[in-house]
Design a protein around this ligand. Structure first.
Ligand SMILES: CC(C)(COP(=O)(O)OP(=O)(O)OC[C@H]1O[C@@H](n2cnc3c(N)ncnc32)[C@H](O)[C@@H]1OP(=O)(O)O)[C@@H](O)C(=O)NCCC(=O)NCCS
Length: 179
């Protein structure tokens, strides 16, 4: 698969051997965007917890972690996870990110399409996510794939310079007949 800049990208399900790359990826990302829930220094997951996170998503209905690689570099990640409780497991929470150098090259679209296809095939009722209100690029992407805003916590995020951001709740019903 090719990106808009002509580079080849490989998208694969995360494996335990990706653990260190995922930790490095997330740490780097905290310096590249203000739209994650943590700031640099607050991302303190360990090899053990990250490895467990990958294992928890493997071979489990409605759960998926995708990593996108350009050459040997991890450049994007998407995760989808069900709560792991019987009453709630008809929906999954989605998270997506791309390294800044690769924004605008179509990776977000590619990963979202794979996630929605996977959710449909898994028989999930819905996908959920949260996004900070000024994150217009992400909101555009989610709306393009049919996500609708269903709620908002006002002033949920406070940036180091004092700017406030609302937390938007968005949902996509993928299989209306699944419940
Ligand atoms: C949000 C994010 C995942 C998008 O990934 P991406 O690879 O840049 O996305 P794509 O290149 O596939 O598509 C971006 C789309 O947003 C549009 N866009 C770019 N800037 C925009 C803006 N300021 N306002 C609205 N739309 C914008 C592009 O035109 C493109 O639209 P199209 O699909 O209709 O052509 C990526 O920017 C990112 O990781 N950001 C930091 C982490 C983050 O915010 N994650 C989401 C947390 S909820």
């Amino acid at each position: 698969m090719k990106l808009k800049n002509g580079e080849e990208v490989w998208i694969r399900e995360a494996e335990v051997s990706d653990t260190q790359a995922l930790l490095d990826y997330m740490r780097a990302l905290t310096y590249e965007t203000e739209f994650l829930s943590f700031v640099p220094g607050e991302f303190n997951y360990t090899m053990a917890s990250e490895e467990q996170w990958i294992k928890d998503h493997q071979n489990k209905a409605g759960n998926l972690i995708l990593n996108a690689w350009v050459k040997e570099q991890l450049v994007a990640n998407l995760s989808m996870g069900t709560p792991g409780r019987q009453k709630l497991d008809h929906w999954a929470t989605l998270g997506i990110s791309v390294r800044k150098a690769y924004w605008g090259l179509g990776l977000g679209n590619i990963l979202m399409q794979k996630a929605v296809d996977f959710a449909k095939q898994s028989g999930l009722y819905s996908l959920r996510l949260e996004v900070f209100s000024p994150n217009l690029r992400a909101i555009h992407l989610y709306e393009k794939f049919g996500f609708k805003q269903v709620g908002r916590f006002q002033n949920a995020g406070r940036l180091p310079d004092g700017r406030l951001m609302d937390d938007l709740f968005m949902e996509l019903i993928v299989n209306p007949d699944a419940i």
